[in-house]
Design a protein around this ligand. Structure first.
Ligand code: PLP
Length: 477
């Protein structure tokens, strides 16, 4: 992590991928500082713009200089359009090389009987096989009886849990959520678009709070939750959040676990999708939300989710849900209305493939070797092309799948449109906000894992040109 200071160390990724260097935040006017406070002062952490000795921040230039800069960027963009690029930085998907790492799964399992003597080919075992529950309980710091293993999608488990809450209420609810006059959910922004569309699908209202480097603004969350009984929950991506890469601190987690809430059945949907997805040797440890909540007398508050989607196969992994023993009983009881058991063969082959928790960690190091250079390429191009110009700031994540880029207020949609015209697909501007509405039209989520390394650099060069052209257009007015 970058430290605070005028000439602070940045670029802290180890493992021979990123090198350290010094940098000075010179963000110009209009840049969002919701996470790292880069509003015309020094960068606090991770989100950086670096000095470029031959440039001067665009917002400080004269109208004539802006006009000249605009002409240059228009020419660069026209050139870009003639190149017939077809590049995609939209979704956080593993690349083929990453998927190949798990191809031994295709010849597994050896035998179909698990360690407990269960014939995994048959019906039954709604909570998943004991061995995979033990394995991921260890990795996630959870008791094995408090975790269930399911099918390939944790997002589906989130939808199911919300559905059960809606139809029947939770273990601590007075009534089904669907019988409430109004249900509201707290959304740290920027966040994961599918979380928001899921809420929309239920007709759940949203209220946003800022996402900081150490997780959501816990005081803002506590204030909201304390005073409005319609507020029933919050999304949390605690480790290497989508898209900011933030890691929730133990203090933030403790505040959320213990805060008084007006709703007796307030839930923290703790989506730990990137718990093990480190980009550096400095591996973040997830806050222990389950113990914190139990110790605060709120054992049913967190429901934890995780999956192997970005560990083995995104389309054929194993999803997990964890919670209090009562929550697990509640979940399995409702699950049983639509299933007689999960794909236990897939769970068994995952157990055989990994062998142990260390086997999973070793496997993640192989992913890191493939994707860390792609994140380094994003950083390199953004620094070289946009550093010091006062028109962009971005995150430098130490894990997860995304880089969050903030451009001049009012230009993100234009950047995405320009990129599209030039053959580069970016996630629609605003998609990291509920209803796709980024009030500042500044945030763009970059997902560099799927394209080849050379394509990532090429795409980022193109994105940088679009950012500069949109900024120049905007500043000319
Ligand atoms: N949660 C987060 C934060 C994600 O970013 C994603 C995928 O991008 C998912 C969940 C999807 O998880 P799964 O593949 O287990 O459904």
């Amino acid at each position: 992590m970058a430290s605070k200071g005028a000439d602070h160390q940045v670029g802290s990724v180890r493992g021979g991928v990123w090198t350290s260097r010094t940098g000075r935040e010179r963000a110009g006017s209009g840049l969002r500082g919701y996470r790292f406070g880069c509003s015309g002062g020094l960068c606090e952490h991770g989100r950086v713009t670096e000095p470029n000795p031959v440039t001067q921040p665009l917002p400080e230039r004269s109208p004539e200089e802006i006009e000249a800069f605009l002409t240059e960027q228009q020419a660069a963009y026209d050139d870009l359009r003639t190149r017939g690029l077809k590049l995609d930085l939209t979704r956080g998907k593993p690349s083929s090389a990453q998927l190949d790492l798990s191809d031994e799964l295709l010849s597994l399992p050896h035998g179909a009987v698990d360690g407990a003597g269960v014939d995994t080919r048959n019906y039954g075992g709604l909570e998943g096989i004991a061995e995979i529950r033990r394995l991921f309980a260890e990795l996630l710091g959870i008791e094995p009886e408090q975790i269930v293993a399911g099918g390939n999608s944790s997002l589906m488990m989130m939808r199911d849990a919300l559905t059960y809450l809606w139809l029947h209420g939770g273990v601590d609810s007075d009534r089904p959520w669907g019988a409430e006059e109004k249900v509201t959910w707290i959304c740290p922004v920027p966040g994961y678009d599918r979380h928001f569309t899921l809420l929309d699908w239920f007709g759940i209202e949203t209220v946003t709070v800022p996402m900081n480097e150490d997780g959501p603004d816990a005081e803002a969350v506590a204030e909201l939750a304390a005073n409005d009984p319609s507020i029933k929950g919050i999304w949390m991506v605690p480790t290497y959040a989508n898209p900011t890469g933030s890691v929730a601190s133990q203090e933030v987690a403790a505040r959320l676990a213990s805060m008084p809430t007006a709703a007796p059945d307030f839930k923290i949907f703790w989506d730990n999708a990137y718990a093990l997805h480190h980009l550096t040797e400095d591996e973040a440890k997830s806050a222990d939300i389950m113990s914190l909540a139990a110790a605060s007398g709120n054992p049913h508050r967190p429901i934890v989710f995780a999956s192997t989607s970005k560990i083995t196969y995104a389309g054929a992994g194993v999803g997990f849900l964890a919670g209090s023993v009562e929550t697990i009983r509640w979940y399995v009881a409702h699950l049983g209305k639509g299933s007689i058991g999960p794909d236990k063969l897939n769970q068994l082959r995952h157990v055989q493939f990994f062998g142990s928790a260390q086997g999973v960690r070793d496997h993640m190091a192989r992913h890191r070797a493939i994707i860390a250079p792609k994140f380094a390429a994003v950083e390199e191009v953004l620094s070289a092309r946009l550093g010091g110009l006062g028109v962009a700031s971005w995150t430098r994540p130490t894990g997860g799948y995304f880089v969050s880029l903030d451009v001049l207020d009012g230009t993100a949609s234009r950047v995405v449109a320009l990129a599209k015209e030039a053959g580069i697909a970016l996630t629609p501007a605003g998609s990291s906000f509920p209803h796709g509405d980024d009030p500042r039209d500044a945030n763009i989520r970059l997902a560099p894992t799927f394209p080849e390394l050379a394509e990532v650099s090429e795409a980022m060069e193109a994105v940088a040109t679009c950012v500069l052209l949109a900024a120049a257009e905007h500043l000319r007015g």
